[in-house]
Design a protein around this ligand. Structure first.
Ligand code: SPD
Length: 279
């Protein structure tokens, strides 16, 4: 049996013992590994970093999707940047109000491998509302969009390699231009503990682009630090104002997400509050 580890800064590792290596290939963009394990089920690594596993994926995909979709004034048109395993699209497509989803993933090999080996995560590939584009998300948001998006979800990897462009001001300005006036964005925002500087820099960058910026927090077992974050940004939407009734049916089936969790995720740790005051 082979151990697969995500090594962080040469000082720590998070590892799982594989019972089987299902897929291992260097694509045009990155090294893709999909393995099977005893406790976490099937899991995906990109360039040696854990992206998702059958066991803990809901603790990532429910927050990135349900917090913004519970409060966005409109959710008809959704853009997902990244999200090649299909978990984010699956959660978005649970909403009947969603009419059209563009998912823009740079690496077609990730999509094909996940369709084949992670069918329990991407369960909505055949939904006719989902349009998968193998394309660069940075270029996609810069294009003129005849109809703006109501929601943009940035489900990329870490800020090294192919996802690096999903963390800078120019990209978020593109997102703002692609959104409707009342549109909202949510992006994965790294570990507030292990990647604290990156997390704080993302808040600062988003604040240069959007008037309202709210980090939110949860735990994802396989990620460095296990404590993870996302950032909700908009021109003028209050993330505490849940649209009544919209998420009720979803909450009945969800693993983690409910109204209490929604509000709890928006609680900002003291060390982040202090750092934001001192910047
Ligand atoms: N360090 C891991 C960051 C990964 C964020 N995206 C995960 C993809 C799951 N759909």
């Amino acid at each position: 049996m082979t151990w697969y580890d995500e090594a962080y800064q040469g000082t720590s590792r998070i590892g799982l013992k594989a019972t089987q290596t299902l897929f291992s290939e260097q694509s045009e963009f990155q090294k893709i590994d999909i393995i099977d394990t005893e406790e976490f089920g099937r899991a995906l690594l990109l360039d040696g970093a854990w992206m998702t596993s059958e066991f803990d994926e809901k603790t990532y995909h429910e927050p990135i999707v349900h917090l913004p979709l519970a409060v966005a004034p409109k959710i008809e048109r959704v853009l997902i940047i990244g999200g090649g395993d299909g978990g984010t699209a699956r959660e978005v497509l649970k909403y009947d109000e969603v009419k059209h989803v563009d998912m823009v993933e740079i690496d077609g090999t990730v999509v094909e491998a996940c369709k084949k080996y992670l069918p329990n995560i991407g369960t909505a590939w055949n939904d006719p509302r989902l349009h998968v584009h193998i394309d660069d998300g940075v270029a996609w948001v810069k294009k003129e969009h005849a109809t703006p998006y109501d929601v943009i979800l940035v489900d990329g990897a870490d800020p090294v390699g192919p996802a690096e462009g999903l963390f800078n001001q120019a990209f978020f300005e593109g997102c703002k231009n692609a959104l409707s006036a009342q549109g909202v964005l949510s992006t994965q925002a790294e570990s507030p503990d292990m990647m604290r500087d990156v997390h704080l820099a993302m808040i600062e960058t988003l604040e240069k682009v959007f008037p309202k910026v709210h980090p939110y927090y949860g735990s994802v077992m396989l990620y460095p630090g296990a404590q993870w974050s996302w950032i909700f940004a908009s021109k003028d939407v209050d993330p505490t104002q849940i649209i009544q009734g919209r998420s009720d049916a979803i909450i009945e089936q969800s693993w983690l997400y409910n109204r209490d969790v929604h509000h709890a995720m928006l609680a900002v740790p003291n060390h982040i509050q202090r750092a934001r005051k001192n910047r």
